[in-house]
Design a protein around this ligand. Structure first.
Ligand code: MRU
Length: 331
């Protein structure tokens, strides 16, 4: 059965602690905006659409608490992680409701429902792309945990399976925090979707020996020209896919598209603490005197993307700007 990353009852946001998976299924109850901010910063809740929804509820909780202004609450939640555009969309959606005197919990609920519905539509739009792709490679976790329900990259896989496709998923382990082996493999195992976890540096081997039919990943921010940020390591998978003639798909809801950003050069890339690289499962794996660098994301140029899978259908990179302009007019 598919999982839900978070849910809300008036005054409390429940989140599945993604740091504890797959060993333990632990649910945390968050009642204050500061707790939500900390959960996002620590990656207890993670994945672009999920942190957008968590932040939306964080704004609603701040409104309830009554100690922060809408601006201060937005500042607190914005300061957690810089790359995923969804975070900022979630915050601004509820901030507008707050400033206009509308019900902030209702606004956060509506935002969550929209994200879930868009991810389901991504599944429907993307499933035909995988009809002939028996072996699909994915990076990081772009499943239900990252998006509340369904997933972005995993949604077409789920829908294709429901339609009878026999898919096998190569799961990049995704160092340093292992979102692939800990989270994506956990989601696939729960649903008995055949898969194998591979070390990040094995993807090129499988791509170059004809054992991957398609690559599908999520995104944290997509610029107008189709350049996009996603988990560190995505860029090299995209380059190797193109080199070997393997289609490379990027699945994302509209909340990930940053229409104000011309291209990927100005997308902020989060740099996280060095301890995440220097240790593995809580144990130091480098000499005490060594230091590390830890960019959490990289930016892949649009020329490596075969197509974006969106709630509105499949969009080729040159059409991203046009699609966004049309959406802005319709809003
Ligand atoms: O650092 P994380 O685990 O939050 O990074 C998540 C990713 O990079 C996902 O691929 C991205 O958010 C898309 S999720 C639908």
């Amino acid at each position: 059965m598919a999982v839900r990353a978070l849910w809300y009852r008036p005054g409390t946001l429940f989140v599945l602690d993604q740091r504890a998976l797959p060993e333990r299924t632990r649910v945390l109850r968050l009642t204050r905006a500061r707790e939500v901010a900390e959960a996002i910063r620590s990656m207890t809740v993670r994945g672009a659409p999920s942190i957008g929804v968590a932040a939306a509820y964080g704004m609603a909780l701040a409104h309830r608490e009554g100690t922060l202004s809408p601006t201060a609450a937005a500042k607190l939640l914005r300061s957690t992680r810089p790359t995923a555009y969804d975070l900022f969309v979630g915050i601004e959606t509820v901030r507008s409701a707050w400033e206009e005197g509308r019900d902030t919990e209702e606004a956060a609920d509506a935002y969550r429902a929209k994200v879930v519905e868009e991810c389901h539509r991504i599944g429907t739009a993307g499933a035909p792309l995988l009809a002939r792709a028996h072996r699909v490679l994915t990076h990081c976790n772009a499943g239900a945990l990252a998006t509340v329900e369904w997933g972005t990259a995993l949604a077409p896989i789920r829908v294709a399976r429901q339609r009878g496709a026999h898919l096998f998923v190569w799961v990049d382990e995704t160092r340093p925090l292992l979102q692939g082996s800990r989270l994506t493999a956990w989601e696939l195992a729960r649903e008995r979707i055949p898969h194998a976890v591979i070390a990040d540096n094995a993807a090129g081997h499988y791509l170059s020996t004809g054992r991957v039919d398609a690559v599908i990943v999520g995104a944290d921010r997509i610029a107008r020209n189709g350049d996009f940020a996603n988990k560190i390591g995505t860029y090299e998978k995209a380059v190797v896919a193109k080199e070997n003639g393997v289609p490379f798909y990027v699945a994302a809801p509209w909340t990930t598209f940053d229409a104000r950003r011309k291209d990927g050069r100005s997308i902020p890339v989060e740099e996280r603490g060095e301890e995440e690289v220097l240790s593995l499962a809580g144990r130091r794996v480098a000499p005490e005197s060594s230091h590390a660098r830890n960019p959490a994301f990289d930016v892949t140029p649009a020329k490596y993307v075969t197509a974006f899978v969106t709630p509105g259908g499949v969009v080729r990179p040159p059409a991203v700007a046009r699609t966004l302009a049309r959406l802005a007019r319709e809003r």
